[in-house]
Design a protein around this ligand. Structure first.
Ligand code: BEZ
Ligand code: FE
Length: 307
């Protein structure tokens, strides 16, 4: 019966249609899509979209407001600011895609390090830095010595693995967000030594709000949500023959771990920063005398590349 009604609709009949018949007419026309995956995705999208509009009985004014919101989201997006990704992040869609793609399970022995959102502030081609070097080009916050190993999922060290790291400064901005910051500040690319070890000097991360001065921020406010992310440092770990992972290390003391604005916290990625008082032992190179500092040890496990 749907088929017959849909055929009438397709042939330009003036018959009034029910919502169910309209959905059928649209999905039936999509069956002409040559690419089978596009056909599957579009058919499902129409079913869910029509189902949603029908379920909430979307009014004309609400439909117009939604169009205005999406238009503003596009208009806010530039090379430096991707408001649509922010929308995807805050609606949990980015993490849903990540969860579905993730073939590993929680950081337990034998499994690879879990991934999480890349975020909009990754900039390729960070400065290449030596083992143990500092990424702090402009003083900011508390110095932190980051150390650890990169291994395969059996715990064998991977020599020459790449760690591409970036973190926000004490003023909550990444270098790319701040025209007054040196472009390489708090960013760097490191390689593991023969024993799989890496080391660098950074800072202890701070909580920060995602950009909330655009349509997505407006939506967060109207739905009673805060824009804060729990303190974290970003790392992309890669090595030839292994699957790369874009991940975070989260600070166990952040108060936003359970309410991350982008739903990106995984418990296997949460670590405790250890505080060291001045004079309590040798401080890493680059930590000014008399200053307390922190240390953080975290190992990354990579799974073999498919094929
Ligand atoms: C970030 O961690 O850099 C980030 C992730 C998602 C949205 C905004 C920022
Ligand atoms: Fe971040």
């Amino acid at each position: 019966m749907f088929g017959a009604s849909a055929a009438l609709a397709q042939s330009g009949s003036m018959e009034p249609m029910t919502p169910v018949e309209l959905t059928a007419a649209v999905t039936e026309r999509l069956q002409l899509t040559p690419d089978p995956r596009l056909r599957e995705v579009m058919t499902s999208l129409i079913r869910h979209l029509h189902g949603f509009v029908t379920e909430v009985r979307l009014t004309r004014d609400e439909w117009l407001a939604a169009i205005g919101f999406l238009t503003a989201t596009g208009q806010m997006s530039t090379d430096q600011r991707q408001e649509f990704i922010l929308l995807s992040d805050t609606l949990g869609v980015s993490m849903l895609v990540d969860l579905l793609a993730e073939s590993t399970s929680s950081g337990a022995a034998g499994f690879a390090t879990e991934s999480t959102v890349l975020g909009p502030f990754y900039v390729p081609n960070s400065p290449q830095r030596e083992y143990g070097a500092s990424i702090v080009e402009q003083p900011s916050g508390e110095f932190t010595a980051y150390t650890g190993l990169v291994t395969d999922t059996d715990g064998n060290p991977i020599a020459g693995a790449t760690l591409d790291v970036w973190q926000n400064a004490d003023d909550m901005h990444y270098a790319v967000q701040d025209p007054d910051s040196p472009p390489g500040n708090l960013r760097g690319v490191f390689r593991t030594r023969a024993d799989g070890s890496f080391a660098f000097l950074g800072v202890r991360p701070t909580d920060y709000p995602i950009p909330d001065d655009g349509p997505v921020g407006g939506l967060l406010a109207r739905t009673g949500r805060h824009p804060w992310r729990p303190a974290h440092i970003h790392v992309i770990v890669s090595a030839p023959g292994y699957q790369s992972v874009a991940t975070h290390i989260f600070d166990a003391e952040s108060k936003y771990l359970t309410s991350d604005a982008v739903f990106a916290v995984k418990s296997s990625l949460v670590r405790t920063f250890e505080r060291h008082e001045p004079g309590s032992g040798p401080a890493p190179d680059g930590v000014p005398a008399g200053r307390p500092w922190y240390s953080l040890t975290h190992d990354f496990r990579l799974s073999q590349a498919a094929g």
